[in-house]
Design a protein around this ligand. Structure first.
Ligand SMILES: [Fe+2]
Ligand SMILES: [Fe+2]
Length: 148
């Protein structure tokens, strides 16, 4: 027995609110990819640039995975809203670390609400990646904030 009406989303059995959240997650990933490209160009050392590009690659993987989920659930491409990100390296790091931290909670929330185990798994694993990203950005931010 299904707890949800089928409506316009077909028979995925997922809640429309959850599907909206997945669309929001995809838009967030799209913006992270663009911002980290910019941030990597502002990075003062090779090590930081390399690490930010590695993080960016994780975001590309998340973007692709979430997009596949969305298309499977809805048969449509999600709507992307481009958001601005800071032009200054230190501000960009702070922006990124706050965004990563918020995203951890958001993804775990999606994992809790999803019925499909594959969706739960994808968002739980991505939440772990975001937590790891937050630590890297915090480390770089701390170096530029207080160590010179
Ligand atoms: Fe991500
Ligand atoms: Fe991330």
């Amino acid at each position: 027995m299904r707890a949800y009406t089928l409506g316009k989303w077909g028979d995925s059995g997922e809640d429309p609110d959850l599907i909206q959240d997945i669309a929001k997650a995809i838009s967030g990933q799209y913006n992270a990819i663009a911002c980290y490209e910019k941030l990597s160009r502002l990075a003062p050392t090779k090590e930081e640039r390399r690490q930010i590009m590695e993080i960016r690659q994780d975001e590309i993987n998340h973007y692709r995975e979430f997009n596949q989920i969305y298309v499977r659930l809805t048969g449509q491409q999600p709507q992307i809203t481009a958001e601005p990100c800071p032009d200054d390296y230190k501000e960009g790091l702070e922006f990124a670390l706050k965004d990563e931290q918020t995203t951890v909670d958001f993804y775990l929330d999606i994992a809790d609400k999803a019925r499909d185990p594959a969706i739960k798994k994808a968002f739980t694993r991505a939440a772990h990646d975001e937590q790891n990203h937050a630590v890297w950005f915090l480390y770089f931010w701390t170096k530029h904030c207080c160590c010179r």
